[in-house]
Design a protein around this ligand. Structure first.
Ligand SMILES: Cc1cc2nc3c(=O)[nH]c(=O)nc-3n(C[C@H](O)[C@H](O)[C@H](O)COP(=O)(O)OP(=O)(O)OC[C@H]3O[C@@H](n4cnc5c(N)ncnc54)[C@H](O)[C@@H]3O)c2cc1C
Ligand SMILES: NC(=O)c1ccc[n+]([C@@H]2O[C@H](COP(=O)([O-])OP(=O)(O)OC[C@H]3O[C@@H](n4cnc5c(N)ncnc54)[C@H](O)[C@@H]3O)[C@@H](O)[C@H]2O)c1
Ligand code: SF4
Ligand code: FES
Length: 804
């Protein structure tokens, strides 16, 4: 069958996404021709802000490279503009006199920056912010001039202003209304934003109407309606956009503000469609990618003969891509007599949350300073969830207690993870499982999540970790420690040492992290490396830890926690058992479980009971949640067993007491058996010790979990002192050379058993390793004792905040 001729005008984000969708559904149906008047392949326009801010390069923001067009048999004409559409003869004409016929035509010409029609607006040094050319112009200007003025304190203006500051310019932002981003924020949030941006170096001129751009050939300043004048070497207009519709209008296609389309993106002319910012649907033109991609999906289904659900319009959530600014807004912004609101304004921590409610449904969200609940609230808003039975605090906060990594375990499958691309948690989990995906990049290629503004990448990483469990090795596929940097673990550690970097934030700033806040992969990793490098000086950054470690409790499937007190060597007493039983009774603990590590777990403890449970138990934490020593499993050994030649219990207890709480790259487990019958399963432990006649064998790198592996014999020693010396040196060497989240089994396979033996054979090296280990061990305190004595910790992690 002959292919239908499909022409796309506009090689931008919405148009090319539509083509991708068409190719997924029916790769053989169309012969595709694309015209784009920019000289580039399709790139991520959203990331121009990060290019200007210096966090990425133009090459890195290409979405579909030249090969993609070739491989899909697409005829691409870049730097070539369509100047006429002949709808009678079904042809398009380009400015290079090319004429191409079509059966189907998609118009996706996007928008242009709205340039205020002011006297002087055509002077040199006046620019919009829309494409690579504008971005290049600003970067070049910053090399010769110092004073920039941005007109417009909206999303685009503020992102541009941040970029210009990064380029070393002095920046004034001129805004028409009394507060910034008035379309997305209320006054309180806008003022918090202004304070933060002023602290970053921006200067704001509010309620100022520009009437003239002054200068000769080149701009030298601005004049306002009130007569004030300010200097400017560069003026960036960021006062909104206007859809590119002239071409359609000249071709008798019905145009209002945008090209008018129905619910299937059809214009008034048969076989002519429009998507993206140039399209007007139910009197709305959109300026964010999420709705445009939804439109593209419907159009692709329509054009390939499916029966799509009609596109009925979108609710959009916005965020600002400026470092240190965490804001989110969706739906309605301002209260009115028909709405009720929940507001929390924590001035101390710089957090503001406002939820607008009408008829028991959320209709508006404004969050500043803490946006971790934005996806959940957005789902409630879009699904029009009935919230009548809920309390204000349960609406405002999920049960993750201050975790910036959001409790992915408690997210429902229907929750949107990637707002730009409309990808839910369920879709991501399913793709990871069915397609065998193991990296954020692979999830992006498969589901599109993370391919636009990139904000959701850390959440995607959390979902990978949650879905793959211990099988998720963030460092396996890439050498860089995460997507926030191109540096490998070794490079980061070297830089920390060479430059004397002392905090997670400092590492990210000095080593120029792409995402200045880092992500859930690098934050805990950096916290670990810093603690390992500076055993005495480093001040633990608890909020950088993974959620279970931060809470010192393991969150369960249903949002409750498990409590596992330490039982050294698996040995307990009648008194301790009684205490545990009383606590289980008192707090209605639904399940008491004997664990595989020879201790007792209280399962199903409510967050608000945690502190009381630990207080009543008065026992050390078993760290059943930590990247640290979990348990030392022991057999009864020579104290009771008639086969036992060695006292495994007392050695196990000594080892557990020595290494408990120590931070390690991943969890590690030990076993001590009193004879080669090996009842403590020492052969599948990270460190397994087996008594033989008159000596002990030390096995390493065993694993009884996902990657079943029998331990290798490291050495045979005679005394307990030798065991402590060897095991201490081994653990410290693993701490220093292991990658964060690398189990000992993988580490030994990577570095080689012979290498480890070689290192540990030297007495002096062992001594030095043990010295560094001892320094580290002195810094740990019992976490629940600390929490019980510290009201600040209790309030921050274990008490739900009150609502105004
Ligand atoms: C700096 C910046 C930051 C942004 N940040 C975000 C964000 O964080 N989140 C978000 O959701 N959105 C953001 N946006 C908006 C987002 O980039 C747009 O919504 C999206 O690019 C629109 O896609 P489109 O395909 O409709 O238009 P475009 O991407 O503009 O593509 C249209 C293309 O058509 C070309 N064209 C026009 N007329 C013709 C013609 N006659 N012949 C040939 N080619 C033609 C244009 O040159 C252009 O290349 C941002 C935009 C900018 C500029
Ligand atoms: N993070 C993001 O999501 C993001 C980032 C950049 C751009 N964008 C999109 O790009 C498009 C353009 O963004 P934008 O910020 O230009 O549009 P906008 O319409 O959101 O904001 C323009 C701002 O300029 C102000 N303004 C208008 N006339 C003015 C004047 N004469 N003087 C001073 N201020 C004036 C308005 O009050 C308004 O706040 C939008 O569709 C936006 O959604 C989104
Ligand atoms: S390993 Fe040996 S000493 Fe320990 S319980 Fe088993 S038989 Fe007894
Ligand atoms: S939220 Fe923007 S790419 Fe996922």
């Amino acid at each position: 069958m002959e292919k239908r001729k499909l022409v796309l005008i506009g090689n931008g984000m919405a148009g090319v996404r539509t083509i991708e969708e068409i190719l997924k559904l029916a790769p053989q149906t169309f012969h595709i021709t694309i015209f784009g008047n920019e000289p580039h392949p399709n790139y991520n326009r959203i990331q121009l802000s990060t290019v200007l801010q210096g966090d990425t390069t133009v090459d890195q923001i290409v979405l579909n490279n030249w090969d993609w067009y070739k491989n899909n048999g697409i005829e691409l004409y870049t730097d070539e503009e369509i100047v006429q559409i002949d709808t009678e003869n079904k042809q398009v004409h380009s400015n290079k006199n090319r004429v191409v016929e079509y059966d189907d035509l998609i118009i996706a010409t996007g928008s242009s920056s709205f340039i205020l029609p002011l006297p002087g607006a055509d002077k040199q040094g006046v620019v919009g912010f829309r494409d690579i050319k504008d971005c290049d112009m600003m970067i070049k200007t910053s090399k010769h001039y110092k004073k920039a003025v941005v007109i417009g304190g909206g999303l685009l203006g503020l992102e541009a202003a941040r970029g210009l500051l990064n380029l070393g310019m002095k920046v004034d932002v001129v805004h028409l209304t009394p507060y910034l981003m008035e379309r997305q924020l209320d006054q309180t949030a806008a003022e918090m934003l202004k304070n933060e941006l002023e602290a970053q170096g921006m200067n704001f001129l509010l309620e100022k109407e520009t009437v003239e751009i002054v200068g000769e050939e080149r701009v030298t300043g601005l004049r306002f309606k009130d007569g004030q004048e300010i200097e400017a070497d560069l003026v960036v207009m960021a006062v909104g956009i206007k859809p590119n519709v002239q071409l359609a209008k000249d071709s008798n296609i019905y145009v209002n503000r945008g090209i008018v389309v129905n619910d299937f993106m059809e214009t008034n002319i048969p076989n002519v469609y429009a998507v993206g910012e140039c399209a007007e649907h139910r009197e709305i033109t959109y300026g964010m990618v999420a709705p445009l991609y939804e439109q593209g999906k419907v159009l692709a289904e329509k054009m390939t003969g499916r029966e799509p659900k009609p596109y009925e319009g979108s609710t959009v959530g916005t965020q600002l891509k400026v470092s240190n600014v965490d804001l989110y807004s969706a739906g309605e912004i301002n209260d009115d007599p028909s709405t009720k609101s929940i507001k929390v304004h924590n001035e101390f921590e710089g957090i503001y949350k406002k939820i607008l409610i009408r008829n028991n449904q959320i209709v508006g969200i404004v969050l500043y300073g803490d946006t971790k609940d934005s996806t959940r609230l957005f789902r409630m808003l879009t699904e029009k969830e009935d919230i009548s039975g809920k309390t204000s605090s349960s609406i405002l906060e999920s049960n993750t207690c201050g975790s910036e990594s959001v409790g992915v375990e408690s997210m429902p499958d229907s929750e949107l993870v990637c707002g730009c691309n409309g990808v839910t948690k369920g879709t991501i989990v399913e793709s990871i499982k069915t397609q065998g995906l193991t990296t954020v990049e692979e999830v992006g290629s498969c589901t599109n999540a993370g391919r636009s503004c990139g904000r959701c990448k850390s959440l995607v990483s959390d979902i990978l970790a949650y879905t793959l469990g211990d099988g998720y090795d963030a460092s396996a596929k890439k050498t860089s420690i995460c997507g926030c940097t191109t540096l490998s673990k070794d490079e980061v550690v070297d830089e920390i040492k060479a430059k004397g970097l002392m905090s997670v934030k400092e590492v990210m700033n000095v080593l120029e992290w792409k995402n200045e806040e880092g992500c859930s992969k690098c934050r805990p990793a950096l916290n670990y490396y810093l603690g390992m490098i500076y055993p005495e000086e480093y001040r633990e950054e608890r909020d950088s830890r993974l959620v279970n470690e931060k809470m010192h409790a393991n969150i369960q499937k249903d949002g409750t926690y498990s409590v596992v007190p330490r039982m050294y060597g698996g040995v307990t007493t009648a008194k301790d058992l009684k205490t545990i039983a009383e606590v289980a009774d008192k707090y209605n603990v639904p399940l008491v479980k004997l664990t595989g590590g020879q201790r007792i777990a209280l399962m199903g403890v409510k967050k608000e009971d945690l502190i009381h449970v630990w207080s009543d138990l008065d026992m050390p934490s078993g760290y059943a949640y930590g990247k640290t020593l979990r348990t030392v499993k022991t057999c009864v050994g020579s104290q009771f067993c008639r086969f036992g030649t060695q006292d495994s219990m007392s050695l196990g207890i000594k080892l557990e007491k020595k290494f408990e709480r120590l931070d390690t790259p991943h969890k590690f487990k030990m076993g001590v058996s009193g004879c080669p019958r090996n009842c403590a399963e020492s052969g599948i432990k990270d460190i397994g010790i087996v008594g033989i006649d008159g000596a002990w064998e030390i096995y390493v790198a065993g694993n009884g979990g996902t990657d079943l592996r029998a331990g290798d014999l490291l050495c045979t020693v005679k005394t307990e002192e030798e065991i402590m010396d060897m095991v201490g040196a081994y653990v410290q060497y693993y701490r220093e050379s292991g990658n964060y989240l690398e189990r000992t089994s993988t580490w030994v396979e990577r570095v080689g058993l012979e290498h480890v033996k070689e290192v540990l054979k030297d007495k002096k090296t062992r001594h030095e390793l043990n010295e560094r280990l001892e320094k580290t061990l002195t810094r740990y305190v019992e976490p629940w004792k600390e929490a019980l004595d510290n009201k600040e910790i209790q309030d921050k992690y274990y008490v739900t905040h009150s609502v105004q």
